[in-house]
Structures are given as structure tokens and as C-alpha cells.
Design a protein. Sequence first.
Length: 153
Amino acid sequence: MPDEIERYGPLGFYHLAEDFYRAAVHTASLQDAKPRLHYSLVLYHLHTHSIEVTLKAFLRAKGIDVKALKNKFSHGMSGLMAAATERKLKVRKPKRSLQILERLDQLGKVQTFRYFEAGFLSLPALDEVQQLNERMLLSIRPACIATLKVAPK
């Protein structure tokens, strides 16, 4: 099987990121429903993963291959963001976006969103995380679309 099949192209990554975003938004809309969501960490996990995959979509659009994404960057969002910024990624509210992203990256490195931990947790506001996710998706989509040989309908 070839290394570069279409699902690993920039739009494949982008669509996966969009799906994680939509899953987070949909799940959040059910938070007050019965049965209710026990932990908002699930929503943080979905948004954080969406942001990570969105950054990978941008880097794929800028010519970074899948192997480099796995080996050099792995899941480190700060490194992904630094590489994307070097390649001219512009995001609205850059300072606040970076603060939130760096905090999510710290929490992700210790698997905070994947496993239950007792105690107090300092998290960015969930609505700010969602807004960051939306800004990232909006900023990165044009770069992914530009890699198409034929414009989408």
C-alpha cells in the first residue's frame, strides 16, 4: 500500500478534524439531556483532538509528509503550531489562541482528557476551546482547498 493515500491528504485530515469538532458540538448540546454526560473532559478531548488534526491538515497542505507528522510532531500541539506558524498560518486572536493551545497541549501530554483523575483541574473555559477550534478550522480550510486539482462544488 502506498504511503500517501488520499485519506492522508490535507483534506482527509481536515474532514476528520471537522468530524471531531461536530461530535464535540453535538455532544455538548446533549449535556443537559438524560442520561447526562458525566464529565466535560470528553468534550475537551474531542475539541483538542480536532485542533491537533486541523494543524496536521495545514502542515500536510504545506508539504509535510505523514511520516514526519508521526515521527517529528506526534501529538504535540505546541510543536505543530510552531511549525504551522513558520509556514504562515494566521489565526484570529493569536495570543489567546496560543495560550489556550499550549494549556491543552500540557493537559494532553499527561492524558488528562482520556482518563479520570481525582482533584482540582484548571481548564480553559470550554466555550473558549470551542471558539479556538472554530478559528483553527476557518483559518486552515483555504490551505487545504488550495491543494485540490479541481475546486470543490
